[in-house]
Design a protein. Structure first.
Length: 165
């Protein structure tokens, strides 16, 4: 049995990092949208700053999440063509990342030009939260169909084929 507190095993597992890292851009983006909405409502500059830096951190954190997702695909499925839920998950992940970067860019551009943030950004942010939530739901579905846990709990190879769905 693998010790759950063994840091070396957790950090060096071939595919476990994606499952851990995925929560950072989700939480940072949702927090940023909440801060931005409250800043818009209360006109508090500090909350707008918090929103900006949360968006920046969320955008940057999408890069290792995407990279570890691709690595998990390569390690676990040996590069097989994605179908079904896993393909949808990959598409939603790319769209979510693009929306997170877009929202950050809107904030960055307004800061650089010393302009007020455009009002349409809230609609884009809410759309982004919906897409991120949908992507996370697909992450959970993908884990049900594909074992992301350490090899000791699911075997060293997947128990299904890419043609199963």
């Amino acid at each position: 049995m693998v010790n759950p507190f063994d840091l070396k095993t957790a950090l060096l597992a071939r595919h476990a990092q994606h499952v851990v890292l995925i929560h950072f851009p989700i939480a940072l983006f949702i927090a940023a949208v909440a801060f931005d909405l409250i800043a818009q409502w209360t006109k508090r500059r500090g909350l707008a700053e918090a929103a900006y830096y949360n968006l920046l951190a969320a955008a940057i954190s999408t890069l290792p999440v995407l990279a570890t997702g691709v690595l998990a695909w390569q390690f676990q499925l040996e590069g097989q063509k994605l179908k079904g839920i896993l393909l949808l998950h990959l598409i939603f992940a790319c769209v979510s990342s693009a929306v997170i970067w877009l929202v950050w860019w809107v904030h960055f551009r307004a800061r650089r030009r010393a302009e007020a943030l455009p009002s349409y950004r809230l609609a884009v942010e809410f759309l982004g939260v919906g897409i991120v939530a949908l992507t996370y739901n697909h992450e959970r579905s993908a884990r049900q169909f594909h074992c992301y846990s350490p090899p000791s709990s699911c075997g060293s190879r997947p128990t299904w084929s890419h043609t199963d769905y």
